[in-house]
Design a protein around this ligand. Structure first.
Ligand code: SF4
Ligand code: F3S
Length: 106
Protein backbone atom coordinates (compact mmCIF):
# COMPACT_ATOMS: atom_id res chain seq x y z
CA UNK A 1 0.00 0.00 0.00
CA UNK A 2 0.99 3.63 -0.35
CA UNK A 3 1.13 6.03 2.59
CA UNK A 4 0.71 9.79 3.00
CA UNK A 5 3.43 11.24 5.23
CA UNK A 6 4.29 14.31 7.31
CA UNK A 7 4.80 16.82 4.51
CA UNK A 8 1.10 16.74 3.53
CA UNK A 9 0.07 18.17 6.91
CA UNK A 10 -1.09 21.81 6.65
CA UNK A 11 -0.64 21.73 2.83
CA UNK A 12 -3.15 19.15 1.53
CA UNK A 13 -2.89 20.02 -2.14
CA UNK A 14 -5.21 17.11 -3.14
CA UNK A 15 -3.73 16.55 -6.63
CA UNK A 16 -3.31 12.95 -5.52
CA UNK A 17 -7.00 12.13 -5.11
CA UNK A 18 -8.02 12.60 -8.72
CA UNK A 19 -5.87 9.79 -10.10
CA UNK A 20 -6.80 7.06 -7.63
CA UNK A 21 -8.78 4.34 -9.43
CA UNK A 22 -10.22 2.92 -6.21
CA UNK A 23 -11.08 6.11 -4.25
CA UNK A 24 -8.69 5.20 -1.46
CA UNK A 25 -8.15 8.74 -0.14
CA UNK A 26 -9.86 10.03 3.01
CA UNK A 27 -9.50 13.59 4.26
CA UNK A 28 -9.42 15.30 7.61
CA UNK A 29 -9.09 19.03 8.41
CA UNK A 30 -5.44 19.49 7.43
CA UNK A 31 -4.18 16.11 6.19
CA UNK A 32 -5.34 13.21 4.12
CA UNK A 33 -4.61 9.51 4.21
CA UNK A 34 -4.77 6.37 2.07
CA UNK A 35 -6.97 3.46 3.10
CA UNK A 36 -4.68 0.40 3.02
CA UNK A 37 -7.70 -1.88 2.53
CA UNK A 38 -8.50 -0.09 -0.76
CA UNK A 39 -5.09 0.80 -2.24
CA UNK A 40 -4.09 -1.52 -5.09
CA UNK A 41 -0.52 -0.22 -5.42
CA UNK A 42 -1.10 1.29 -8.84
CA UNK A 43 1.57 3.97 -8.05
CA UNK A 44 -0.33 6.74 -9.88
CA UNK A 45 -0.69 9.07 -6.88
CA UNK A 46 2.97 9.14 -5.87
CA UNK A 47 4.21 11.48 -8.66
CA UNK A 48 1.08 13.68 -8.47
CA UNK A 49 1.95 15.15 -5.07
CA UNK A 50 3.85 18.43 -5.72
CA UNK A 51 5.68 18.12 -2.40
CA UNK A 52 6.47 14.39 -2.46
CA UNK A 53 4.41 13.38 0.56
CA UNK A 54 3.41 9.93 -0.75
CA UNK A 55 5.58 6.79 -0.41
CA UNK A 56 5.24 3.04 -0.62
CA UNK A 57 4.75 1.72 2.91
CA UNK A 58 8.09 -0.08 2.90
CA UNK A 59 9.93 3.06 1.79
CA UNK A 60 8.64 5.87 4.02
CA UNK A 61 11.32 8.37 5.12
CA UNK A 62 13.27 7.46 8.24
CA UNK A 63 11.43 8.50 11.36
CA UNK A 64 8.05 8.55 9.64
CA UNK A 65 7.15 4.89 10.13
CA UNK A 66 4.29 5.96 12.40
CA UNK A 67 2.42 7.21 9.34
CA UNK A 68 1.77 3.67 8.13
CA UNK A 69 -0.47 2.94 11.13
CA UNK A 70 -1.82 6.49 11.14
CA UNK A 71 -3.08 6.19 7.54
CA UNK A 72 -4.93 2.98 8.44
CA UNK A 73 -6.40 4.47 11.60
CA UNK A 74 -7.57 7.78 10.16
CA UNK A 75 -8.96 6.23 6.97
CA UNK A 76 -11.53 4.55 9.20
CA UNK A 77 -12.58 7.86 10.74
CA UNK A 78 -12.48 10.29 7.82
CA UNK A 79 -14.70 10.60 4.69
CA UNK A 80 -13.56 9.73 1.17
CA UNK A 81 -12.31 12.55 -1.09
CA UNK A 82 -12.24 12.08 -4.88
CA UNK A 83 -12.16 15.61 -6.29
CA UNK A 84 -9.26 18.02 -6.19
CA UNK A 85 -9.72 21.27 -4.29
CA UNK A 86 -7.44 24.19 -3.40
CA UNK A 87 -4.64 23.53 -0.94
CA UNK A 88 -4.86 25.01 2.54
CA UNK A 89 -4.43 28.82 2.76
CA UNK A 90 -0.92 28.80 4.25
CA UNK A 91 0.22 25.72 2.35
CA UNK A 92 3.21 27.45 0.71
CA UNK A 93 4.59 28.47 4.12
CA UNK A 94 4.41 24.92 5.43
CA UNK A 95 5.94 23.04 2.51
CA UNK A 96 8.90 20.99 3.64
CA UNK A 97 8.73 21.99 7.31
CA UNK A 98 9.76 18.97 9.40
CA UNK A 99 7.69 17.23 12.08
CA UNK A 100 4.31 18.74 11.34
CA UNK A 101 2.68 15.71 12.96
CA UNK A 102 2.14 17.68 16.18
CA UNK A 103 -0.10 20.05 14.17
CA UNK A 104 -2.28 17.27 12.77
CA UNK A 105 -5.97 18.00 13.39
CA UNK A 106 -8.33 15.08 13.77
FE1 SF4 B 1 -4.85 4.97 -5.12
FE2 SF4 B 1 -2.98 3.89 -6.65
FE3 SF4 B 1 -2.31 5.73 -4.85
FE4 SF4 B 1 -3.05 3.32 -4.03
S1 SF4 B 1 -1.19 3.79 -5.24
S2 SF4 B 1 -3.75 5.28 -3.19
S3 SF4 B 1 -4.58 2.78 -5.56
S4 SF4 B 1 -3.59 6.05 -6.65
FE1 F3S C 1 -1.20 15.86 0.48
FE2 F3S C 1 0.32 15.86 -1.64
FE3 F3S C 1 -2.06 14.81 -1.78
S1 F3S C 1 0.14 17.50 -0.17
S2 F3S C 1 -3.21 16.04 -0.36
S3 F3S C 1 -0.39 14.07 -0.51
S4 F3S C 1 -1.10 16.02 -3.35
Amino acid sequence: TFVVTDNCIKCKYTDCVEVCPVDAFHQGPNFLVINPDECIDCTLCEPECPINAIYPEDDVPAGQEVFVALNAELAKAWPVITERKDGLPDAKDWEGKPNKIDLLER
